[in-house]
Design a protein. Structure first.
Length: 309
């Protein structure tokens, strides 16, 4: 009995109209509603009949049918046209009768669209369907019937693996787009860092070419001693030159990036002034300019923020 119920559910999920009708009639039996259905022009035409109008309450019946069909999730069936009327004698051509005279034939009609299961749910469902088909004992069938079963199983298998390939292709595409965006963002950051490094490269850096390891070490040691002594004496002058250039460039700035660059230069000048030793002849002047340059840097940052909005 359980196998028979599972077979009907499997057939209904594969789009069998007879199986769909059987499940609908079982679910709606307590409501006193009987259904008939025809698949016409991509739409499932569903006829609901009952002995009284009360049993065909529109809002309740539509909700029940929607829940049942979405739980079945029949393949390739998404639009359902629900028709209702008081039960009549059996009519084989009921759809033609309704189309010919809908006002006198029906109490009401409504077209609904079923929700499509997402890709992951559909893959799991197809996997279970294929598993049920493969585990189902195959009885001896005539030769023509066996060919029909094999063809149907092949079609299910192809559909299942086709969905897997589609999902994998989508994942690969999303990963590729994400990697490309990450690469471009990293490249832009590297370019910005290199540009800033070139702007603030220390002057008079010794170029070491084709020297022996001992000579290289000796030159580096001498250069560090010379640079450190020169730096202490010339920190004030370097800071003043940076500040003067910032004043000149600040007159033509238009973009947020330019204001950020200007703020960095003012901050650099302030930091250099803070490093001027107390033995320097203009030490007091340097202390005054620390806060002044810092104030100019903060002002440039505000301008950059205003330009970005």
């Amino acid at each position: 009995m359980v196998n028979q119920i599972n077979d009907i559910a499997l057939q209904a999920s594969q789009g069998s109209i007879a199986a769909i009708i059987q499940i609908l009639n079982e679910k709606l039996a307590d409501s006193g509603v009987r259904t008939r259905a025809v698949f016409d022009s991509g739409v499932l035409q569903l006829l609901c009949e009952a002995r009284t109008i009360e049993k065909l309450e529109k809002s309740i019946l539509i909700q029940q049918i929607r829940q049942i069909l979405e739980s079945i999730a029949p393949r390739n069936i998404y639009k359902v046209h629900i028709n209702s009327r008081i039960v009549r004698e059996q009519q084989l051509l009921w759809l033609e009768e309704i189309n010919r005279d809908p006002e006198n034939q029906l109490l009401w009609s409504e077209e609904i669209t079923l929700k499509k299961p997402n890709a992951l749910q559909q893959i799991i469902k197809d996997f279970k369907d294929n598993k049920n088909v493969s585990q189902k004992p195959q009885l001896l069938q005539p030769k023509s019937s066996r060919h029909l079963i094999v063809n149907n199983n092949n079609r299910l298998t192809k559909s299942f693996f086709g969905r897997i390939l589609n999902v994998l292709s989508l994942c690969i595409l999303l990963l590729s787009v994400g990697w490309l965006a990450y690469y471009l963002q990293g490249s832009n950051k590297n370019n910005s860092i290199q540009t800033a490094a070139l702007k603030y490269k220390a002057p008079n850096t010794p170029q070491i070419k084709s020297l022996k390891p001992k000579d290289v070490y000796q030159n580096q040691l001498e250069a560090s001693v010379v640079n450190s002594s020169q730096a202490e004496d010339d920190l004030f002058g370097v800071a003043v030159r940076i500040a003067n250039q910032a004043v000149e460039d600040g007159q033509t700035i238009t973009t947020s990036a330019d204001w950020l660059d200007l703020a960095a230069r003012w901050q650099r000048a302030s930091d250099l002034m803070a490093k001027v030793p107390s033995s320097h002849s203009r030490f007091k002047d340097a202390q005054t300019r620390i806060q002044l340059y810092k104030k100019y840097s903060e002002s440039a940052l505000k301008q950059a923020n205003n330009k970005s909005f």
